[in-house]
Design a binder for this molecule. Sequence first.
Ligand code: GH3
Ligand code: MG
Ligand code: MG
Length: 351
Amino acid sequence: MSTPPTKTDSAAPKYARQALLHMAERGIEPTPVNYAVWYHYVAGDKNDLNREIDQLIKKKPRAISDDINTYLYNKYVITGSKKEEAAVESVSQNTQSVLAEIMEVIDRFSGDTETYNNQIDEHVSKLSQKITDPLLKEMAGEIVNRAMAIRESGAQLNGKLEESRKEVTQLKSNLEKVTSEANKDFLTGTGNRKAFESKIDELTKWAKEQKGDLCLIMIDIDYFKQFNDKFGHLIGDEVLRKVGRSIFESIKGKDFVARYGGEEFAVLLPNTALGGGLIVAENIRRNISETDLVRKDTGVSLGGVTISAGVSYYRPDADSVPILISRADAALYRSKIGGRNRVTQESFDPA
Ligand code: GH3
Ligand code: MG
Ligand code: MG
C-alpha cells in the first residue's frame, strides 16, 4: 500500500512537479488518472508499477497511451481512489496564483541581472511570506533556488532561464488541465457531482453576500430504464451525452450544468429569479422533447426522450444548500407524478 500524499508530506510538491514533467516529456495528457499513475511512479511507492513502466519505457520510450495509463491505474493504483483525489487537490490548491508569482520572479531574472542582484533576497522572502501552504512553499522554493543557482553559475543565463520559464508554463497549463478534468463528468463533459457541490456552495455564498438571485433546476430523464432496456446501455450513454449537450445549449454565461447522478442533471442559474428559472427549465424541456434521436450506426429513428424538471429559488435567510436542493427535488417529483415531460416550481406545502 502506498502512503497517500498529504499536506504534511514534504516530498509531495517535488513528486507533483516531477510527475507533471514526466507526462509533458512523454506527451501524456494530464488527466487525473494519468497523473495518479505518474505521481506514484516518481514517488516510487509501488514497485510493480515502476517495474512495468520501466519495461514499457525501454521498449518504446515515448509511447505510453491513455489506454496503457488506464490499465496501469486499474492494476496498481485504484486501491485507494480517494488518495489520488487528495494528490490532485494538494497540487492544485492555490497553485495558479503561486505559479504566477514564481513566473514573475523568473521573468525578473531574465532582465537586468546587475540591478536585480540586490533585489533577489527581497523577492524570495516576499514570495515565501505570501505562500502559507508548506507544500507550495517548498515547490516555489525549489524553482526559485534553481533559478538562483543558474544565475550564480553565470553560464548561458538567458537560455536556461528561458527553459525554466517554459517548464513553469507547462507545469501551469498541466495543472489547469488536471484541475479542470477532475471537475468534469467523464461521460457527458458537463460538470460532475463534485464540481456541482463546490459551485452551489460558491453561488449560495455569493447570493447571500451580494443579494443576488439564484435558481436551481433538477432534471431527470423520463422512463430512462425502459429506454436502456430497449436499446442497450451504449445507446443510453449516447442519449445522456445528447441531453447534457442540449441542456448546455439552452443556458448561457455564468449558468452551470452538472451531471448530478445516473440520469439526473442539475443546473444553477445566477442572477435569475424564479420566473426566469422556470423559463429556462421550460426551454430545456421543449428542446429535448423536440429532438428526434437517430441511431448513429443505422440511421434509424429511436423516437425521443423527455425530461421532468423541478425549480427552486434560493432564499438566503431561510435556506441551506440541502434545503434548496430538496425543494427542487420535491418539485421534480411532482413533475413525475403529474405525468412527466413537465416543469414544476417549488412549493412550500408538503409534497
Ligand atoms: P422515471 O421517469 O421515473 O425517472 O423513470 P426512470 O426509468 O428514468 O428511472 P429509474 O430511476 O427507475 O431508472 C433510471 C435508469 O437510468 C436506470 C439506468 O438504466 C439508467 N442509467 C443511470 N445511469 C446511467 C448511465 O450512466 N448510462 C446509461 N446508459 N443509463 C443509465
Ligand atoms: Mg433518476
Ligand atoms: Mg429517470
